[in-house]
Design a binder for this molecule. Structure first.
Ligand code: PEP
Length: 251
């Protein structure tokens, strides 16, 4: 089912004690509040189990920021989808532009990761988005279509229904430059059409599509007011309760 969602991506920030304090602070701030959206925090791997045990996971879902493209075995340093699920985390962010850019994750690798995550019952938050040059050349629609088709379109309709999409224009991530609400709506509507062509209008209509890229307390309301923007994936502003809370309350 399509749902509103605000998901934080902490990236490689916070020691375990800092992360625990941040998660507990958010948990405290949300106590007693009736929320109009699901709230998720994407923490470093080593925080997952401690944070999942310390907060109300019915109210705040816990996400990993990546998972291995192998099921198990001799892959030193890797963390599998099964390991993530065993911590109490329910989500995994996959295909973030920083992983595509700095760790050379390809559409094929991401397809494998999505399959492994789904097989272990995790909800993938699958990131797509164009770089500035592609937007300036007017190729952003084609770029996101290709990213979606290459990594997701072999999924069955049932499996695809578990996936959350996060549209994150790379030029807006961590730059302070946000896509306007109209720009976000235009491409979210396009993404939904692309999904409808493959999975039908009902499944496309039920898909949660988040916007990500310098979303903050000031711009969140305008963005989530758009018909096809179902929430946000938030980097910098998810690292403090004071900045994250107003975004959650934008719905
Ligand atoms: C992100 O990393 O997914 C992101 C959207 O970052 P920021 O909010 O800092 O632009």
């Amino acid at each position: 089912m399509r749902k509103n969602m605000i998901a934080g991506n902490w990236k490689m920030n916070t020691t375990l004690s800092e992360g625990l304090a941040l998660a507990k602070g958010l948990n405290e701030a949300l106590k007693g509040k009736t929320l109009q959206c699901e709230v998720v925090i994407g923490t470093p791997f080593i925080h997952l189990a401690s944070i999942a045990a310390a907060i109300d996971t019915d109210k705040i879902g816990v996400a990993a920021q990546n998972c291995a493209d192998k099921e198990k075995g001799a892959y030193t340093g890797e963390v599998s989808a099964a390991m993530i699920a065993s911590t109490g985390a329910k989500y995994v962010i996959l295909g973030h532009s920083e992983r595509r850019q700095y760790y050379h994750e390809t559409a094929g690798t991401l397809k494998t990761k999505v399959n492994l995550a789904l097989a272990k019952g995790l909800t993938p938050i699958f990131c797509i988005g164009e770089v500035l040059e592609e937007r300036e050349e007017g190729r952003h629609f084609e770029v996101v279509d290709e990213q979606i088709k290459a990594s997701l379109f072999d999924l069955s309709a049932d499996d695809f229904s578990q996936v959350v999409i996060a549209y994150e224009p790379v030029w807006a991530i961590g730059t302070g430059k946000t896509a306007t609400a109209d720009q976000a709506q235009e491409i979210h509507a396009h993404i939904r059409q692309t999904l409808a062509a493959r999975y039908g209008a009902a499944i496309a209509g039920d898909t949660t599509i988040l916007y990500g890229g310098s979303m903050n307390a000031e711009n969140a309301k305008d963005l989530v007011a758009k018909a096809d923007v179902d929430g946000g994936l938030i980097g910098g502003a998810s690292l403090s309760v004071e900045k994250f809370l107003p975004i959650i309350e934008a719905f």
